[in-house]
Design a protein around this ligand. Structure first.
Ligand code: SF4
Ligand code: SF4
Length: 164
């Protein structure tokens, strides 16, 4: 009988221990809930008010984890990412959204990472790409030469629960 593997099956096709934590570096918004903040406060032995001030900030109307510069990806990464070991320094106190991510059996970055390392026969290859979130307008317009023109609106990129 043919074995079918779907995205809903529990088999996992990625290994975070072999990844430079791209997801902790690329998403500018890692949302935190009140419960996440309470967990952080308990972890660091500080008040909830201090945890909010020290570890979070507001971004586009949402409370998110603070970020600091990460040389590896030349971008800001989560303040709790260990820049050398490429792992989470608050693993047991990390927000719910980090526990759920990527919430499926595959991770797109890990697929690219493995593909490029095999393709280049080099385990040190670090593929870089930027994810830009845009929403296509439904109405396609044409320029003066009759070519189709799609206009895009910036979306909000972040590690967050799916909406809808
Ligand atoms: S979820 Fe994907 S990008 Fe994030 S650490 Fe794991 S393999 Fe890497
Ligand atoms: S809290 Fe940990 S798992 Fe979540 S983004 Fe920050 S470093 Fe990554």
């Amino acid at each position: 009988m043919t074995k079918t593997i779907t995205d809903d099956k529990p088999r996992i096709h990625f290994d975070c221990t072999k990844c430079p934590a791209f997801c902790c570096s690329i998403y500018e918004r890692v949302q935190v809930t009140k419960r996440d903040i309470s967990r952080l406060a308990k972890h660091f032995g500080v008040t909830v008010e201090s945890a909010i001030k020290r570890y979070t900030k507001m971004h586009s109307g949402e409370r998110v984890l603070r970020r600091t510069h990460d040389e590896l990806f030349d971008a800001d990464a989560c303040m709790f990412l260990d820049r050398e070991k490429r792992g989470c320094t608050i693993y047991h106190a990390r927000p719910a959204i980090c526990r759920e991510y990527p919430a499926r059996s595959r991770c797109s970055y890990y697929d690219v990472l493995r593909f490029e390392r095999q393709q280049q026969d080099d385990e040190n290859v670090l593929p870089l790409f930027q994810i830009t979130f845009r929403q296509a307008k439904k109405d396609v317009q044409r320029d003066d030469k009759g070519e189709k023109v799609w206009k895009w609106e910036e979306g909000k990129g972040g590690r967050r629960k799916a909406e809808g």
